[in-house]
Design a protein around this ligand. Structure first.
Ligand code: SAJ
Length: 447
């Protein structure tokens, strides 16, 4: 199919779409194109997931406003179906790939899912089709990994026999459909024609800017925007550690710093979790590693990864003030999700804390009103505990009755990792208190 014909089919919503990978990125985008009239086939290796979708149900966990209803609607209308059979790609004018791209224990990308998807697609790729990679990938991956697999040793040429684009997603759990429609995107084309085709395609579901670029620019934008956030958070965390060291209050310091034009110190905290911020900085650093050794990006990751361990240090310190050892102590961990008011536990800092406390000989009990396995009664969880550690600023924790809880715990020790409580309120209720960034006056280093 030539460029003009495909462009026309896009504009008429007659182009047939296959979406490979039906996770929290692929399923919403598949359903969104189906909603506006495209014929969409979802492809996933997980037969249980495809069966759930073909029943009109939504396999995505968590609260995603509108998604379950949309999946039911478009499946019932016959515009979305799911399969595990790659032969469906033979009829596809557009193939969109949204599979996981995790990093391994030495911070290098693991592209096994992406390679598998590309290698399964390649034999069935329809001449003139548009292939879009939505997965987050290191700079240079489109050129060094994606295009070579699809060109299959000269069997076809990108820009002539098929069109290739990298259009990274900007979804956020809890608002997948809204973000998909309302957030701008960079459309990185291996050729300008490819980018124009993808722009015409996404225009049907994206209300915001669709900025044309080349592939490496798109790779840099996505990994760069998340590395930037990670560095911002790391600065806030390092400032908090400094304030603790010199006996100052980081929350007052950041408030006053942010009065200075162009400053925006983010929130120090108990750690950085989630599906993208801990991973994307490594993808950015990896992509440039043959040419440039990133120093700031790994350093920021180290600062943020230290914070859950610092929470353990603060717990040891607070227990010591209560004349207790960490060994044998019973610690209640409040919050296991990676983000406030979310049930998503991917890369949860609380997991790091629980493991560290176990190494130190403490036993832990976890509570989280958003995470199914930890939704027990808070009073029961904290009863008999020697310390409470607040790891997530869920709304449910903001108005805890500290006087009531003081009657349940074995020792009134509270460590606040998310600035949920005002220290004076905690002390007035008779608790021993530690908080991230809350230096203790009189504990000035060197005095
Ligand atoms: N965190 C802090 N301090 C902060 C902000 C966040 O410690 O000031 C922690 C959070 O507790 C969490 C982690 O960092 O553990 C990540 O939080 P996040 O607010 O960045 O939320 P994410 O992980 O959902 O990031 C998403 C990303 N969006 C996309 O990838 C499309 C990110 O690019 C956005 O900047 C971010 O949402 C956002 O702005 O909310």
């Amino acid at each position: 199919m030539d460029f003009e014909t495909l462009l026309k089919r896009m504009e008429e919503r007659a182009a047939r779409l296959v979406v490979i990978g039906l996770g929290y990125v692929g399923l919403p985008v598949a359903a969104s194109f189906a909603r506006v009239g495209f014929d969409v086939t979802g492809l996933d290796v997980n037969a249980e997931k495809t069966a759930i979708i073909n029943r009109g149900d939504c396999p995505i966990e968590g609260k995603e406003p509108g998604l379950a209803e949309l999946v039911a609607e478009v499946v019932a209308a016959g515009r979305l179906r799911a399969t595990g059979d790659y032969a469906v790609c033979r009829e596809a004018d557009v193939v969109l790939i949204a599979v996981e791209t995790p990093i391994d224990s030495i911070h290098q990308p693991r592209y096994s899912a992406l390679r598998a998807a590309l290698r399964s697609l390649e034999p069935h790729l329809k001449p003139g089709a548009l292939v879009i990679i939505e997965s987050t990938i290191a700079p240079g991956t489109m050129e060094r990994l994606v295009r070579p697999i699809l060109e299959a040793g000269g069997k076809r040429t990108s820009g002539r026999d098929f069109y290739l684009v990298h259009c990274p997603e900007r979804v956020m759990p809890g608002m997948l459909l809204r973000n998909l429609a309302q957030m701008s995107r960079v459309v990185g084309g291996d050729t300008p024609e490819a980018a124009r085709l993808a722009q015409a395609f996404y225009r049907h579901i994206v209300e915001a800017d669709l900025d044309l670029a080349d592939c490496v620019t798109a790779e840099l934008v996505k990994t760069g925007e998340n590395a930037y956030r990670d560095v911002q958070i790391a600065f806030a965390n390092e400032l908090a550690l400094i304030c603790e060291g010199v006996g100052a209050d980081v929350w007052r310091v950041r408030e006053l710093v942010n009065k200075s034009p162009g400053r925006n110190v983010l929130y120090p905290g108990a750690g950085v979790g989630g599906h993208c911020i801990p991973k994307d900085p490594w993808l950015l650093a990896y992509g440039a590693s043959e040419m440039v050794q990133a120093r700031l990006i790994p350093a920021a990751r180290a600062v943020n990864d230290f914070m859950p361990l610092h929470m353990a240090d603060l717990t040891v310190e607070a227990l010591e003030e209560a004349s207790l050892e960490i060994e044998g102590a019973r610690v209640a961990v409040l919050g296991y999700a990676y983000l406030e008011n979310s049930d998503d536990t991917r890369n949860s800092p609380s997991e790091i804390l629980v493991n560290r406390l176990a190494e130190l000989g403490a036993t832990t009990c976890v509570h989280d009103p958003w995470v199914r396995e930890y939704q027990g009664d808070l009073a029961e969880v904290v009863s008999g505990c020697d310390a409470l550690v607040v790891m997530v600023a869920h709304d449910e924790y903001r108005d805890l009755d500290l006087e009531y809880l003081r009657g349940l715990v074995a020792h009134p020790v509270l460590v606040d990792g998310r600035n949920v409580f005002r220290p004076e309120r905690v002390s007035a209720a008779g608790w021993i208190y530690r908080g991230v960034g809350r230096g203790r006056p009189g504990s000035r280093a060197g005095e």
